[in-house]
Design a protein around this ligand. Structure first.
Ligand SMILES: CCCCCCCCCCCCC[C@@H](O)CC(=O)SCCNC(=O)CCNC(=O)[C@H](O)C(C)(C)COP(=O)(O)OP(=O)(O)OC[C@H]1O[C@@H](n2cnc3c(N)ncnc32)[C@H](O)[C@@H]1OP(=O)(O)O
Ligand SMILES: NC(=O)c1ccc[n+]([C@@H]2O[C@H](COP(=O)([O-])OP(=O)(O)OC[C@H]3O[C@@H](n4cnc5c(N)ncnc54)[C@H](O)[C@@H]3O)[C@@H](O)[C@H]2O)c1
Length: 247
């Protein structure tokens, strides 16, 4: 049975916090007592998420400080370095929970996919998670803090999907990156796990043809469990949240 406010002392950095799963994860972590650093490429969207969490006056409900919005392109090394610097300057500590939700699609059949469509999806979905995981782990290790890093992959990274050679490759890469980070960072008290959602209705899924959707259901609960000490003995896992899709 999960205890209430499992994350009361946690500072959680969520990327892709401006929409969909990232926004839902931010709301759920805040409900468990975490202070949320909501990051997105779209600053206005990140600010809207912070407003939903209670805005600048939210330190009343977030003991670790007011929820705060940050803007960064996770595919750019300098932007990610500055993001972690800004978060630590704002809260005087590194984030003990890091959830990488930032991602995008550039879907196209293999026979027609452009190099740019491949490069951009790999840069954001895979290199972005490399950069955020590395910068967050460096901050935690240098400050001697424990942490939980949760990287959002996709069931598509395990089974593939029509029109998504770039996206599937990026999400499969996230699984391998996270398993390796788990092996390396365990000695520092940092857990790393992947979550593989199935089909979650968000702006990202609007392009799926209706007749495909007619064949296909919550991620934030799985992320919160992995962020908390309730999952203290789980690291290196790939947690499928698909309602049984592709069992
Ligand atoms: C047991 C149930 C199986 C149900 C399959 C579930 C599929 C969706 C799973 C999504 C999992 C979560 C994904 C998650 O990580 C987040 C996302 O990535 S959401 C976006 C997912 N993207 C797609 O699924 C691709 C959607 N398709 C497209 O964007 C376009 O079709 C495109 C590939 C760009 C091609 O466009 P174009 O206009 O050239 O062709 P059409 O759209 O007319 O499609 C041509 C035929 O291909 C069939 N098709 C398209 N997408 C899919 C698909 N995902 N699965 C199966 N078939 C697909 C489409 O129905 C057409 O078929 P037909 O020629 O027979 O009419
Ligand atoms: N929705 C689904 O069915 C589904 C299933 C499996 C996995 N996922 C994954 O979950 C994550 C969130 O997806 P979603 O459905 O909420 O999508 P979404 O489009 O609603 O949200 C993605 C967010 O990421 C942000 N973003 C995009 N590129 C960025 C960058 N370079 N730097 C910083 N932020 C950036 C966007 O601005 C947006 O706010 C993605 O990694 C996606 O691949 C989604």
């Amino acid at each position: 049975m999960a205890s209430p406010l499992r994350l009361r002392s946690a500072l959680a950095l969520v990327t892709g916090a401006g929409s969909g799963i990232g926004r839902a994860v931010s709301v759920r972590l805040a409900k468990e007592g975490a202070t949320v650093a909501a990051c997105d490429l779209d600053r206005a969207a990140a600010c809207e998420t912070v407003w939903l969490l209670g805005g600048q006056g939210s330190e009343k409900v977030a003991p670790g400080g007011a929820h705060t919005a940050f803007q960064a392109d996770v595919s750019e090394a300098g932007a990610v370095r500055r993001l972690l610097e800004q978060v630590q300057a704002c809260f005087s500590r590194p984030p003990s929970v890091v959830v990488s939700c930032a991602g995008l699609t550039r879907d196209e059949f293999l026979l027609r996919m452009s190099e740019d469509d491949w490069d951009r999806v790999i840069a954001v979905n895979l290199k972005g998670i490399f950069l955020v995981t590395q910068a967050a782990a460096q901050a935690l290790v240098s400050s001697g803090c424990r942490g939980s890093i949760i990287n959002i992959s996709s069931i598509v990274g395990k089974v593939g999907n029509v029109g998504q050679t770039n996206y599937a490759a990026s999400k499969a890469g996230v699984i391998g990156l996270t398993q390796t980070a788990a092996r390396e960072l365990g000695r520092h008290g940092i857990r790393c796990n992947s979550v593989l959602p199935g089909f979650i209705t968000t702006p990202m899924t609007q392009k799926v043809p209706q007749k495909v959707l007619d064949k296909v259901g919550d991620v934030a609960d799985a992320v919160t469990f992995l962020a908390s000490e309730d999952s203290g003995y789980i690291t290196g896992a790939s947690v499928e949240v698909t309602g049984g899709l592709y069992m």
